[in-house]
Structures are given as structure tokens and as C-alpha cells.
Design a protein around this ligand. Structure first.
Ligand SMILES: [Zn+2]
Ligand SMILES: [Zn+2]
Length: 195
């Protein structure tokens, strides 16, 4: 037996009771929302799939909790079309994206959908940014992540106490099991700036 809703081709879910004669989906809509036409809006689904997490950027990222593309972008479906979650977010909060422009992440976190972290730019802008970031950030913040704040304070204090001592950087690198460049970055506050 088919569902009571005329256009619905689904089989009836329950034959008796309050929602007799409806398929599973229509029965659920009536039960939960008392509205046979109720559909979760894309934005309602979007909200469920994000988690607010503080990363390196000034304000927290909204990280996508569902599947990600190879580039790390959130995958979202709207009206059976695939759209990147951050693109959906940009358009929802800030408006249509003009032709030729792309949405970039100021926070450098591709799965982030926080509209405040999203800016429009050309493909070239993004390339320039990546080159700049590679030059400046590589090997600095990434691999020192295993250290704790107190390690950082110790490294800086030990360096200050032993300034001018031959091989102090090598010695610190050995002791904290990171390389010389990382030690220098910590001392010069290129890494762990916030401490
Ligand atoms: Zn139905
Ligand atoms: Zn972010």
C-alpha cells in the first residue's frame, strides 16, 4: 500500500494508530513538526554539522564535522547539488559570490565555515597568500605543537640565562627534541607569539 500523500511513492509505514497510512518520512514530519510539508532547511542542517573550536586564528573556527573533500573543504548537499560548506556559509551570511572570485580562509583552516574567517579573492590572491605563508610559517608553528606553554617559557628563560654561551641553541634543540630553526623561532617569537 502506498502512502496517503498523493505524490508520495513510498510504502506505508504503519497500518494502524494515529499516523496510519503514511510512509516513514511523512509520518515523522507529522509526529515531529505537525506539518506534512516540513523540510529541514539547508541552514538548519548546516548548523548541525559545525563545531565551534578555537584554533590559531583570533576567533574560533566553525569546523565542518561531516565529510571533507581532498582539499579539506566541507562537503554539503543543497537541493541535491554538491556545494562546499564554506561557500554555502559565505553565500548565506554575506551574499552571492561574483563570477571569477573565490572564497578564501583567513584562518588557513579549509574545513572552517565561520563567515568572519571567509574573504573573497581571486585565484591569484590565494596563490600569493600560500607562497607567503609557506615562506614564513613552514616548520615554525607546525612541529612545535607537541611542546607545552611551560616548555616555551623554559626555552626562552634558558636562552636568556645563557646568551652568548657557545652551542646553546643546539643544546636546547637536543633537550626539547626539536630542530635549531624551531628553537630560533621560539626565541625570536616567530612561533608561540601568544606566550
Ligand atoms: Zn509519504
Ligand atoms: Zn576559521
Amino acid at each position: 500500500m502506498k502512502c496517503k500523500v498523493k505524490v508520495c511513492e513510498e510504502e506505508v509505514h504503519a497500518k494502524s494508530g494515529q499516523y496510519a497510512g503514511y510512509c516513514g518520512i511523512h509520518r515523522m514530519r507529522l509526529m515531529r513538526h505537525d506539518d506534512i510539508n516540513y523540510i529541514n532547511s539547508p541552514f538548519q542542517r548546516f548548523k548541525k554539522y559545525i563545531k565551534v573550536i578555537q584554533r590559531d586564528y583570533e576567533t574560533p573556527c566553525w569546523e565542518w564535522q561531516r565529510s571533507l573533500s581532498k582539499k579539506g573543504y566541507g562537503k554539503f548537499k543543497v537541493n541535491s547539488q554538491n556545494v562546499s560548506a564554506h561557500v554555502f556559509s559565505y553565500e548565506y551570511f554575506k551574499g552571492k559570490i561574483p563570477k571569477g572570485l573565490q572564497v578564501h580562509h583567513k584562518c588557513n583552516n579549509p574545513s572552517c565555515c565561520n563567515p568572519d574567517h571567509l574573504v573573497l579573492g581571486t585565484h591569484q590572491d590565494n596563490m600569493n597568500y600560500k607562497v607567503k605563508c609557506n615562506r614564513q610559517c613552514k616548520g615554525i608553528s607546525i612541529n612545535t605543537a607537541k611542546l607545552t606553554s611551560s616548555d616555551i617559557l623554559s626555552i626562552r628563560a634558558m636562552y636568556n640565562d645563557n646568551k652568548g654561551v657557545f652551542g646553546i641553541i643546539n643544546q636546547l634543540a637536543k633537550q626539547f627534541k626539536i630542530n635549531r630553526n624551531q628553537i630560533s623561532a621560539i626565541i625570536n617569537r616567530k612561533a608561540w607569539k601568544h606566550i
